[in-house]
Design a protein around this ligand. Structure first.
Ligand SMILES: NC(=O)c1ccc[n+]([C@@H]2O[C@H](COP(=O)([O-])OP(=O)(O)OC[C@H]3O[C@@H](n4cnc5c(N)ncnc54)[C@H](OP(=O)(O)O)[C@@H]3O)[C@@H](O)[C@H]2O)c1
Length: 319
């Protein structure tokens, strides 16, 4: 596969260039409690090999995925390749302590040190602060807090760039408006089924902050189909969401377009989005995703989908 067949775009003002597709490594971390199925190390490594050899140059993980297992497996693949393939961009996330909820600067320091060790790297290209809905804005931005700690790693040359990744949209807008982050990652909130991230996309693109749109399949339903996998955003989907997904799937079928192609291209065709993060745990998914990304979709399909209502409420708000 040709490395250059996916057009690279600037990742905000970082000087990095990324493909419009990014491989999401949450399922690779073996997280049965989140996805209801696991991923063997063998499959994860084969998926990473396929990703490293593909035209995609962007990989997304987090310290917390599989309690470090996602990063550990990525570290093994990097070692096997003798380093991160040239031109590849690896983004990870600094996490709270999941046992205690500690989201202090000290914890973020430990998170970064753990990521460096598991990935076998001495430098991290891109680090997001992960899920700050579990702490306060004042803690993240205040003296000695997570942002300050990441900036001091940046000053030491350990981290190149800092972004923000999380759930609630109003919260993400508040962080984007500080101007402190070069990219913002949203998830499950800009899909065929839910568009509550729309105002974030406007604010971020106006400010030159890259939008990274994760979970275009709503964690799987829009790829596997609402009857095969009736979960949205890591929980059983409410009946109204399943019904809407069925209606969307029917329209796609009428146009002979795979549901997953429409779900993926819905995100990729939005000019405000720099890259779309697709989670996967099997090596064939890499080629499948590239095919879905270029599957021909007539404009009439988008017009036929338009009357189907979509959600604007936070899909995780009721948890
Ligand atoms: N707070 C945050 O920062 C945050 C939150 C959520 C997600 N993310 C990032 O975004 C990534 C994507 O989110 P996600 O993985 O939760 O959801 P997703 O991308 O919407 O969906 C992933 C699911 O879709 C399935 N899938 C992918 N391609 C498929 C295909 N061609 N055919 C059938 N099934 C397919 C995968 O199945 P298989 O496992 O069978 O391949 C996986 O179960 C994550 O991995 C993570 O890197 C970040």
């Amino acid at each position: 596969m040709e490395k250059t067949s996916m057009h690279h775009r600037p990742l905000g003002g970082t000087g990095l260039f990324v493909t419009p597709l990014c491989v999401g490594a949450a399922p690779l971390g073996d997280m049965p409690e989140t996805f209801l199925y696991g991923a063997t190390e063998e499959n994860a490594l084969a998926t990473l090999r396929a990703a490293f050899e593909s035209p995609i140059n962007f990989l997304d993980t987090a310290a917390a995925y599989g309690q470090g297992e996602s990063e550990r497996r990525i570290g093994k693949a990097i070692k096997e390749f003798g380093g991160l393939p040239a031109g590849y961009v690896l983004a990870t996330k600094a996490d709270r302590d999941f046992q205690t909820g500690d989201f202090s600067g000290e914890q973020i320091k430990r998170s970064i040190e753990g990521s460096l060790q598991r990935l076998g790297l001495d430098r991290l290209q891109y680090v997001y602060i992960h899920d700050p809905e579990h702490t306060t804005f004042e803690n993240v931005m205040g003296p000695g807090g997570p942002l300050e700690v990441l900036r001091s790693f940046q000053a030491q040359g350990v981290i190149d760039h800092i972004g923000m990744s999380g759930g609630p949209i109003d919260m993400l807008i508040r962080y984007v408006e500080t101007g402190a982050f070069s990219a913002v990652e949203t998830h499950n909130r800009y899909t065929l089924l839910n568009r509550c991230a729309d105002p974030l996309l406007d604010v971020a693109s106006r400010m030159g902050v890259a939008v990274i749109n994760a979970a275009p399949y709503g964690s799987g339903m829009l790829a596997k189909g609402p009857d095969a996998y009736s979960r949205y955003a890591y929980s059983d989907a409410p009946p109204v969401v399943v019904e809407r997904a069925r209606a969307i799937a029917q329209v796609c079928q009428d146009f002979h377009v795979p549901l997953a192609a429409a779900a993926l291209q819905f995100s990729m065709r939005d000019p405000r989005i720099t890259s779309t993060v697709v989670g996967m745990s099997k090596p064939d998914r890499v080629a499948q995703t590239l095919e879905l990304a270029s599957y021909p979709i007539p404009d009439e399909l988008w017009a036929a989908l338009a009357p189907i209502e979509y959600g604007m409420d936070d899909p995780e708000a009721s948890k």
